[in-house]
Design a protein around this ligand. Structure first.
Ligand code: PGA
Length: 239
């Protein structure tokens, strides 16, 4: 719930020179109210757009919600699901997150599924169990094509917006676990194709180290995506 039209314009201007040579795929998931404007600004550019949330029903008396067909009509390719803020502030459960994943896939929109543990859970040595549970709940039983379309974002809650980043090795280890879990849930082939992003205080300074880890395929960027001196730097660091 940040940013406005002015920032969107400035960010696209700052990104242009980087996009010319960037190998990384760049997607922006702004608040709903900025989608129209960013749609115009990104037309003809390689930047794709996504939403930060969705409801799992197609239509009906769900005042204030936005459905997968509505996202499709906007031409969106991605949608973030299960962000820790929605889990903790809006009471989203693993069940609801799964329903959203399924509803998006039915409409060909790629879910960016967020998983991650709280600090107490890591300190209690439960971080791997928490992430495995979230992952299994969302993806068990989906067919291989659907599983391949999902992007997983590992976001340790203690690293989101705090300036504390998981060290590259910590992040890489958890990504390795997620990848192995994907082999169990699907197959070696799908697990190798699914992109696993790291999120949590990624900035232009730490991006290269994080993205240089073998299991880290990209970044989900929060605070730094609002800074025109940071986000282009992360994009460049992504290759
Ligand atoms: P951050 O946020 O980059 O500011 O830590 C990440 C997120 O909210 O997904």
């Amino acid at each position: 719930m940040n940013g406005g039209k002015e920032l969107a314009g400035q960010m696209m201007d700052a990104l242009q020179p980087v996009l010319v040579s960037a190998a990384a795929e760049v997607a922006i998931c702004p608040p709903f109210t900025l989608l129209q404007h960013l749609g115009e600004l990104t037309e003809g550019s390689p930047v794709s757009l996504g939403a930060q949330n969705v409801y799992h029903q197609n239509s009906g008396a769900f005042t204030g919600e936005v459905s997968p067909p509505m996202l499709l009509e906007w031409g969106l390719k991605w949608c973030i699901v299960g962000h820790s803020e929605r889990r903790s502030l809006c009471g989203e459960t693993d069940d609801l997150v799964r329903q959203k994943v399924v509803a998006l896939l039915q409409h060909g929109i790629q879910p960016i599924l967020c998983v991650g543990e709280a600090l107490e859970q890591r300190e209690a040595g439960k971080h791997e169990d928490v992430v495995t549970r979230q992952l299994r709940h969302a993806l068990t039983g989906l067919n291989a094509d659907d599983q391949r379309l999902c992007v997983i974002a590992y976001e340790p809650i203690w690293a989101i917006g705090t300036g504390k980043t998981a060290c590259p090795d910590q992040a890489n280890k958890m990504h390795g676990l997620i990848r192995r879990e994907l082999v169990e849930l699907s197959s070696e082939r799908i697990a190798s194709e699914v992109r696993i992003l790291y999120g949590g205080s990624v900035n232009a300074t730490n991006a290269k180290d994080l993205l240089g880890q073998p299991e880290i395929d990209g970044a989900l960027v929060g605070g730094a995506s609002l800074k025109i001196h940071e986000f282009p730097g992360i994009t460049a660091a992504a290759g």
